[in-house]
Design a protein around this ligand. Sequence first.
Ligand SMILES: [Zn+2]
Length: 320
Amino acid sequence: MDNPHSSSPSATTQARHHRTMINAMTIDVEDYFHVSALSSVITKKDWGTTYPLRVEKSTQRILQLLDDYDTKATFFVLGWVADACPQLVKDIAQAGHEVASHGYAHQRANQQTQTVFRDDVAKSKALLESLTGQPVYGYRAPSFSIDESNPWAFETLAELGFLYSSSTYPVKHDLYGVPDWPRFKYRRPEGITEVPIPTLTQWGRNIPIGGGGYFRFYPYALSRYLIRTYLQRTGQPYSFYFHPWEIDPEQPTVSGISRKSQFRHYLNLSRMEQRLKRLLQDFNWHSMNHVYQLYGYDNDGKSNNTEIIQTATPSLGSIR
Ligand SMILES: [Zn+2]
């Protein structure tokens, strides 16, 4: 049901995708105290004070893991983290990864005015560019917070010089989601490319399979099965996201949050690193720009692989 169009890839092509497709590995670089689900009990003045900074160490660990598997990724870095850990941002860029923006203060875009959103995002972009000496073209909204209420966010991102966003999750969820929006990379009327978080369609619903809490919740074998199914059915590259705090089971426990938030945040943190290793082993990964051909060259200045997107193109017919 993912391929209602006659131009869908053949079964043989689909089987090949599952083994050869290059998928996008992404990391939202924020600390445990930035997480939206904990914001009811943690205020900005607690960031890095009452709750000590841990993001630098976890992100360095991720850089090591990626290096072990000879993998490049996209790091959507929070501006606040860049201010607190400037050398970390330089290290990410130095290692050949794509540096993109996660905004500055981790406020949900759909709870900001357009002016506040613009200032927050512009500040993070300028900061990341000054640290890396490279243009920043990618953006991801905190908690996938671009939806029907704030499509003006795309207009602002285009005006600020962003070429792509990966800020929408076409699922039903209590905190985010636009179930009716496109599921695959598409061009917005505002002049920017959006790469939605991946979903699988089953029983008329979109199932979230993009990473984060769901990846920690599902047994690894189920996640692997869902990703393979996605690749076989859609012929599109898959993209995965996670956070540095998810590989840090030693982080301070925050009390006073709802049972649901508690469950979502702390579930299986100690299993995450092992699962990530298997994920890095079982699939091929690269940065967003490389995988989706978002601005034509990699951070090492080489042209990225055109073959991948040409192979995936037939399924673009299913974009609304
Ligand atoms: Zn975030």
